[in-house]
Write a protein that binds this ligand. Structure first.
Ligand code: UDP
Length: 251
């Protein structure tokens, strides 16, 4: 049983329970609750990469990603970024405001890696003078193609005004996260954000975790994120739990 109170809107979360399953994604399930404004995200251990071509499980990943996401969303809220987090309910469950998800994945990059290296020929590890913000269409059937504002508006997934908010919000979040991770001896290489509409507001949704970010150790540059799973680098669980340890300031 959880008794909680949300800081902005005084949501009563007394004994909040899952009702119908709304959706099952690659890494999470989302459930309705008795309150039509609230949903519960349940984090799974299932891992996928390369748009579902590689599948597996990472033991306790759901617990790590829930803990890390809740801590980061709470930190962002404390710094004026509105998110869907209401509160952490259990090891794997996060109580969230229900969002109408905007079908745009917003990627922010501080250091060249992944598809930036493949697409544009940057050397991996190149520090970008100014962070790059990219939009991708959230559509698995199309392999989440890279798009610009013109595509997004033509597709009707967001308005120009909303896209401007996403870009500005992504840059503000990046500044807060970079500082937070630098203090914990991690380089924030790049990450993906999702946003949604809720009562005429745009809130940050989804998760921020080693599944959706690249983290390199500040001193050794060791990869401490889903790239260890993507490229069979080994010690995947150890990397996830080390990120959790640093984010939660354990020890
Ligand atoms: N990312 C994600 N989900 C996606 C695509 C990317 O969470 O569907 C994250 C990824 O973990 C990385 C960043 O966004 O931290 C940039 O990913 P990139 O475009 O380099 O693609 P990838 O190499 O992950 O396919």
């Amino acid at each position: 049983m959880v008794i909680g109170c949300d800081s902005h809107s005084k949501i009563k979360t007394f004994n909040m329970k899952k009702t119908t399953q709304l959706y099952e994604g690659k890494a999470k399930k989302v459930f309705l609750t008795d309150d039509s404004n609230l949903v519960i995200q349940e984090f799974k251990d299932d891992a996928t990469a390369f748009n579902n071509k590689k599948k597996g499980t990472i033991a306790e990943k759901g617990i790590v990603n829930n803990a890390v996401s809740c801590k980061l969303f709470a930190m962002l809220e404390e710094n004026g970024i509105r998110t869907h987090l209401v509160e952490k309910l259990s090891d794997r469950e996060m109580l969230c405001r229900r969002l109408d998800i905007i079908k745009v994945e917003v990627v922010v990059r501080n250091i060249a890696a992944g598809s930036l290296v493949k697409r544009y020929g940057f050397a991996e590890g190149t520090v970008l003078e100014r962070p790059i913000v990219e939009f991708y269409l959230k559509d698995d059937d199309l392999d989440d193609p890279l798009m610009n504002e013109f595509h997004a508006v033509a597709l009707g997934v967001a308005t120009l005004e909303e896209l401007a908010v996403l870009k500005q919000r992504a840059e503000a979040i990046n500044a807060l996260l970079r500082k937070f991770f630098a203090e914990r001896k991690l380089k924030l290489v790049d990450f993906k954000l999702e946003f949604g509409r809720h009562n005429n507001e745009i809130l940050l949704g989804d998760e921020i975790s080693p599944d959706t970010c690249r983290f390199w150790d500040l001193e050794t540059n060791e990869k401490m994120d889903k790239d260890r799973f993507r490229f069979d680098l080994g010690s995947v669980e150890d990397a996830y739990s080390e990120v959790q340890r640093r984010v939660l300031d354990l020890d």
